[in-house]
Design a binder for this molecule. Sequence first.
Ligand code: CA
Length: 402
Amino acid sequence: MRCLIAALVLVFAAWHPAMAQSDAQFRNWLETQVWPDAQKQGVSRATFNQALAGITPDRKLPDLGQPGQAPKVNWQSEFSAPGRYLSENNVAPLVSIGRAQMKQWASVLDQVEKRYGVPKEIVVAIWGRESAFGRAAIPKSAIRTLATQAYAGSRRDLFYPELIAALKILQGDHIPLSEMKSSIAGALGQPQFLPSKYLVYAVDFDGDGRRDIWKSVPDTLASIANYLKQHGWQSGRHWGHEARVPDGVHCAVEGPDKTYTLNDFQKAGSTGVDGSALPGAGSDSRYLMMPAGRLGPAFIVSKNFYVLKEYNESDLYALFVGHVSDRLRGGGNIVGKWNTVAGFKRGDVRAMQERLVAQGYDVGGADGLVGFKTRTAIGLWQGKNGMTPTCFPDAKLIGAIR
Ligand code: CA
């Protein structure tokens, strides 16, 4: 009986007049808009037909809606403290499986490091973070996902060129259609590249003529390294180090837009966490990075840290990758403590950001997230209002910023 009801529901859904009309519109859009653009980019009719024959929009995807509509954010969700992202529960499994992967792929990793100048531990850390070393289920058909987002998503301008790029990948015969899987956000294969990034940065490292970032581990590892190299990774330079940064250094000097030298930080009394001198030449460019302001550990980072952010724009992502890579080299845990930050919602952070903007501060966008611009704005506001700068929100401070 349940089967029969399920079947009736399916029949109803398939014949629902609104949906039937909408699917006809979808097909019309594919034919009149996507096909001419794909053809101009060298996609054959055969590839186009094979990729899009019979497909319907995937209405289960998130962020479907009118163009320009902001993706849905739960402003009532508890603000997620940065320490959680770097908790040992998240880090330790990646380090342990990562070590085994480094043994298994030692020879390929040595060749990748030699060719691209990116440390193998960094490459392995990203591989682990993006797809659990290729073990994560990558569930979606890339073409259907991108076509749906390009047709019915709230960010159609972003996804339309990605759909065309995905058709070009198919045209290049790098992967059979049935194996061309993506995340729900259209990110491809083990390194999770968007199709446009794939076209520029993916490489064939195992020499079979295909850039296969879905099944080939050598292609995956080399593609990650090539991506970082092309974004400016400087060979022989570490991403950064955890540091002791004296209170005399204002936390608002944080960020990639404020360049200092290693000498500057040393003169101000900054050292490694064990009190030793920070490594590097005195004239090297360095940046202060404090993902939780004075409420968490401090890092003095090189330009390579910001190359990691080209992979994912979150400070915590880049720090996670850098830290896992250190652990893969035998390094220890982060020493500084992450203070508990709790008792307010993401929407409270947004409201605080809007109040700071109204007072002329640059928070980098009122999105309820605490990036370096928001941290800096908070620190400057605290200094101006006679408070000790922490550069990070807490429940009391959110109430005080008026
Ligand atoms: Ca290959």
